[in-house]
Design a protein around this ligand. Structure first.
Ligand code: ADP
Ligand code: SF4
Length: 672
C-alpha cells in the first residue's frame, strides 16, 4: 500500500461497534427491494468482500404506511422480513464489515400504491410524487404509533444481525418533513419553531438508542441543506442549528445535500468530485461523533485529504462502490491504478427510477452476483487456449477483449481509429462528459496488463483481413451511426432530410451556420448536450423535440431539471411537443405533437438526433461469405454505453458455455 493511504485503513469506533476501516458504503438503491433478498444479500456481500468497512442496505420501510411500490425498497414490517434481511446482514459480516440498515418512513413521499394505506405527513399535503392524492395529517396518537414502528423495526434489525441502525431524516422523507418549515405547518409541540420541529427526530434518536443502542450504533442521516434557500433547511441556517442541537445524540452523522434525490447524487455533468463539501464541512466542527458524507470519491488522494482536513471521518460512497466494489482492496494492495472509477453518468439511478435491477456503465456485474453468479473480480478460465479477434475498440469491444483475455484466450483487438475509445472519443467532448472517457481508460490500462492481449489502433479491417487473420473466433464491435432520417422514438414516419447533419457530422467538423435547430427525438443526453455545446460556441440554437421536456429520458438519471435549466439559462430556445415535418432553405416546418398544427422556425443548419443504426457492413460482408462471427454492443443493438459494456461482458462471460440461453435465476414467490 502507498503509506500515504494508510489513514484510510484505520478502524473507527461508532458507538458500541467498530468499523474496520474508513470505507463506508452509504445506503443506496438497488432496484432489488424486498422481493429479491438473496440478490440484495449477494450484492452487499461482494461490497464487503471488496473491503468496504461499513456496508448499508437501501431504504427499508418500517411500516405499511410507507410503501414505495413499484420501486425497489426493503421492508421490516414483520418477522418474515427480518428473516429475509438476516441473509444480507450475514453476507456483509462474513467479510468482517459492519452491516447497516437504513430504516425509512417516506411520509408524504411514499405513495402506498401497494398497501393502499393513507399516506402520513406533518399536516395535510399533496403527495410529494406526481399523484392526484394527499397525505393525511398525523395527530399525536399517530406520532406515538410512528415512534413505536421505528423502535419495533430497530429491534427486528438488531435481531436480524445488523450492527448499525439508521434514523433517516433526509431526502424529504417523514422526519425531514417535520424538520423543514416548508413541509411542517403544525401548530402544536411538533410544529412552529425549530425546537419543536426537531422534536420528532430527537425522540426517534433517543428511543432507537434506548431500544438497541447497547448492541447497535445509531446513525442519523440528515439532509443539512435542501437547496431551497432560506425557506427550507440550509447548511448556513437551520441545518447547522439541527446538528448543533443534537450534536452528541447519535453515534454517527451521515450528512448530505438533499431535498430531492437529484441534488444528492448529482451527475458528473453537473457536479465535480467532492461537490457536497462546502455544505457538509461544518458538521465536524459541532460534534465529536464520526461523520460521513458522499461526493463520488474515486481518488485515494482526495479521500485522504477529506480525512486530513477534517471534513469527514469516513469516505462515504454509493456510486464509486457500485462502479468498483473492490475499490478499498485495490487501495490496500497498492493497486489504486486498477480502480474502475465511477464516471458519474447516473445510469445506476435510472435503474431504480425505472423499478428494475441496478445497472452500471462501468460495472457490468452489479446486481448479477446472485442471479448470474458473476463476480466483479473473478472469471472462469476458458478450457482451451484459443484465439479471438475483436474488431472495434469502443466500450463493447474493449470490455469483450478484456474479459476474454482474463479468461485466458489469445486476444487481438483492432480498431480503425488512431486511438481506442469508439463513441467515447466523441461523446466525452460534450460539455461535462469528460469523465466518460474513464470507460475507455480503465479497460485500455487493464488490457495492457494482460500478456495475452494486443491492441492495434489504426487498423481498418475488411472481410479479407479478417479471413487472412485466421482467428479461432471473430467478434464484431463496430458500433453504430446516427440516422439521417426523422425516424425517432415518437416520430415513426420516415422523412429524409438530405441537407441535415447528424451528430457524427458535427463531431467530424461539419460547417455550422446559425440559426441551428437540434431536432431531438432520441431524448437522452445527445440532443441537449449538442445544443449546449453549439450555444456555447456562439451559435443561435433552438432545440425541437416531440416530448414535453428537453432530454426527457434524463429524468431517469435525475438530470432532466438540470439539463433544461442550463439550456434555458444559456438562451437555447425550446420548441417542445413538436415534430419535424419539413425543411426549406431558411426554415424547418414543425407540427404540434397534439394538434398537428404546423409552424415554421428559421433554420440554416438542421441536426437530427433521432436514433442510431448498426454499423454492420463488415458483418454483412462476412456473412455473405458464409463466415460465422459474433456481434456485441451497438453494432448488435444501438443503445447506451452501459448496454454496450454489458453486451461485451455478457458475451465474454458466456463464451464457450451454454449459459447464455438460460434465463437468469429469479426469486420465487412462496406458495402456501
Ligand atoms: P460500441 O459502443 O458498441 O463499443 P463504438 O461505436 O463505441 O461501439 O465503437 C465501435 C468502434 O469500431 C469504433 O472505434 C470504430 O472505429 C470501430 N470500427 C468500425 N468498423 C471497423 C472496421 N471495419 N475495422 C476496424 N475498426 C472498426
Ligand atoms: Fe457511476 Fe455511472 Fe456506474 Fe452510476 S452507473 S455507479 S454513475 S459509472
Amino acid at each position: 500500500m502507498d503509506p500515504s493511504h494508510a489513514i484510510l485503513f484505520e478502524p473507527v469506533r461508532i458507538g458500541p461497534v467498530t468499523a474496520p476501516n474508513r470505507f463506508y458504503q452509504t445506503p443506496h438503491a438497488t432496484g432489488l427491494g424486498w422481493q429479491r433478498p438473496q440478490a440484495g444479500a449477494a450484492l452487499r456481500g461482494v461490497k464487503a468482500e471488496g473491503g468496504w468497512g461499513v456496508v448499508c442496505t437501501e431504504y427499508c420501510s418500517i411500516h405499511p404506511s410507507s410503501d414505495d411500490s413499484p420501486y425497489g425498497f426493503l421492508t421490516l414490517w414483520d418477522a418474515e422480513d427480518a428473516r429475509a434481511l438476516a441473509v444480507t446482514a450475514e453476507a456483509i459480516k462474513a467479510h468482517g464489515a459492519l452491516a447497516g440498515i437504513e430504516l425509512w418512513h417516506g411520509g408524504a413521499h411514499a405513495s402506498n400504491r401497494m398497501t393502499r394505506v393513507p399516506g402520513l405527513a406533518p399536516d395535510v399535503q399533496p403527495a410529494h410524487f406526481h399523484l392526484p392524492t394527499a397525505a393525511r395529517a398525523m395527530d399525536l396518537a399517530d406520532i406515538r404509533a410512528f415512534r413505536g414502528w421505528q423502535k419495533q423495526a430497530a429491534f427486528r434489525a438488531r435481531d436480524a444481525g445488523f450492527d448499525l441502525v439508521y434514523v433517516y431524516a433526509g431526502h424529504d422523507y417523514l422526519p425531514f418533513q417535520f424538520l423543514s418549515g416548508r413541509t411542517n405547518d403544525r401548530g402544536d409541540a411538533y410544529g412552529g419553531p425549530l425546537e419543536n420541529r426537531v422534536r420528532l427526530l430527537r425522540e426517534m434518536i433517543e428511543e432507537t438508542k434506548e431500544a438497541v443502542g447497547d448492541r447497535c450504533a445509531v446513525a442519523v442521516r440528515l439532509a443539512v441543506d435542501e437547496l431551497h434557500g432560506p425557506e427550507g433547511i440550509t447548511s448556513q441556517g437551520e441545518g447547522r442549528e439541527v446538528v448543533a442541537m443534537l450534536a452528541e445524540l447519535p453515534d454517527l452523522w451521515d450528512v448530505n445535500v438533499a431535498g430531492a434525490l437529484g441534488n444528492d447524487s448529482k451527475s458528473a455533468r453537473f457536479s465535480p468530485e467532492g461537490f457536497q463539501e462546502d455544505h457538509v464541512a461544518f458538521v465536524k466542527e459541532l460534534t465529536t461523533k464520526p461523520v460521513v458524507s458522499v461526493g463520488r470519491f474515486t481518488s485515494p488522494d482526495r479521500m485522504v485529504s477529506q480525512i486530513r482536513r477534517g471534513i469527514q471521518d469516513f469516505i462515504g460512497a454509493a456510486r464509486p462502490s457500485i462502479a468498483d466494489p473492490f475499490l478499498p482492496v485495490k487501495i490496500r494492495e497498492g493497486r489504486a491504478d486498477e480502480i474502475r472509477e465511477c464516471i458519474g453518468c447516473n445510469i445506476c439511478r435510472s435503474a431504480n427510477n425505472e423499478g428494475v435491477h441496478l445497472r452500471c456503465t462501468q460495472n457490468p456485474t452489479i446486481a448479477e452476483e446472485w442471479r448470474r453468479g458473476w463476480h466483479p473480480e473473478r472469471v472462469t478460465l476458458h478450457p482451451r487456449r484459443e484465439s479471438a479477434l475483436i474488431i472495434g475498440a469502443g466500450p463493447a469491444g474493449l470490455e469483450t477483449a478484456l474479459t476474454l483475455a482474463r479468461r485466458g484466450l489469445e486476444v487481438t483487438l483492432a480498431d480503425q481509429g488512431a486511438t481506442p475509445g469508439g463513441r467515447l472519443l466523441q461523446e466525452a467532448t460534450l460539455p461535462g462528459l469528460q469523465t466518460w472517457l474513464r470507460v475507455r481508460d480503465w479497460r485500455v490500462h487493464m488490457l495492457g496488463k494482460q500478456p495475452n492481449a494486443q491492441l492495434f489502433p489504426a487498423s481498418t479491417m475488411g472481410a479479407d483481413d479478417v479471413r487472412a487473420f485466421g482467428a479461432d473466433h471473430v467478434v464484431l464491435a463496430t458500433g453504430a451511426v446516427w440516422r439521417r432520417d426523422s425516424v425517432g422514438v415518437m416520430g415513426l414516419a420516415r422523412r429524409d432530410f438530405p441537407a441535415a447533419l447528424t451528430p457524427d457530422d458535427v463531431f467530424a467538423g461539419a460547417a455550422i451556420t446559425g440559426p441551428v435547430i437540434v431536432y431531438d427525438d432520441e431524448h437522452y443526453f445527445m440532443g441537449g448536450a449538442l445544443a449546449e455545446r453549439l450555444r456555447r460556441a456562439g451559435h443561435e440554437v433552438a432545440l425541437v423535440t416531440p416530448q414535453a421536456a428537453a432530454s426527457s429520458w434524463t429524468a431517469y438519471t435525475d438530470e432532466q431539471g438540470f439539463v433544461q435549466a442550463r439550456l434555458m439559462e444559456l438562451g437555447v430556445r425550446l420548441h417542445l411537443s413538436h415534430l419535424l415535418c419539413g425543411q426549406t432553405e431558411d426554415a424547418v416546418r414543425l407540427a404540434c405533437a397534439y394538434t398537428g398544427r404546423e409552424s415554421e422556425v428559421p433554420c440554416k443548419t438542421l441536426i437530427l438526433v433521432t436514433g442510431r443504426l448498426p454499423e454492420d457492413r463488415l458483418f454483412r460482408a462476412l456473412a455473405a461469405e458464409g463466415m460465422t462471427v459474433s456481434r456485441v454492443g451497438d453494432c448488435l443493438q444501438p443503445s447506451t454505453i452501459a448496454d454496450a459494456v454489458y453486451s461485451g461482458h455478457r458475451f465474454a462471460r458466456f463464451f464457450g458455455t451454454a449459459d447464455a440461453d438460460l434465463p437468469p435465476r429469479r426469486e420465487r414467490p412462496e406458495l402456501r
